[in-house]
Design a protein around this ligand. Sequence first.
Ligand code: G3P
Length: 228
Amino acid sequence: MQLYLDSANIGQIKEAASWGILSGVTTNPSLLAKEDPNVDVKQRILEIHKLVGGHLSVEVISTDTTGMLREADEIISWFPEATIKIPMLPQGLAAVKELSKKNIPTNVTLIFNPIQALAAANAGATYVSVFLGRLDDIGMNSVSVLEEITNIWFVHNMDAQIIAASIRNPLHIIQSAKAGAHIATIPYSVLKQSLNHPLTDAGIQQFLKDYDKMQTEIQKIMVDDTDK
Ligand code: G3P
């Protein structure tokens, strides 16, 4: 399962990209607004693009097909390999169909059930983003929804890649991988938290302490030898 960062924060993207584990970045209007309500979206997206060699999803804000297609054209004029993120609406599916005819990659977002996922895939979506945390927020079992979708995918050998999104904790990442999601898009804080373990930290401290002890012993032996 590939790991994407779900962020529009340059510092976070730079740091996570330097770890060598990122295959892409997903953004959305809320993430962009969170960084700076007056952000120049084109500038910010191009900055992110410079940092990330792989996938970059950029979301449209129109809710009508014509507006979505106009925005898609504009985003592609910024950088041609953009993945256009389109909300799961009938008008969005129509836009996905048009974009897929031109081989423009699309990521259908805000998917909460298997039929929405199937519809997006049938429209020609390259990626379908299934939101876990927001399902949990309304008392649904997000992982069983994701499993239903991945099962359908394997039965029918579907092409679209499943992105587990709205990841809120490390367990969501493990559950997404076990369910068979192709990608998990993860907020910086959750990714960083997931990479840490107190036993790793304690192990490093012990290794360093033992190494220092060994160096001190070697120094002692060398001093003793020169004294002879
Ligand atoms: O990519 C969008 C999605 O991951 C949003 O997550 O936490 O706002 O539900 P969240």
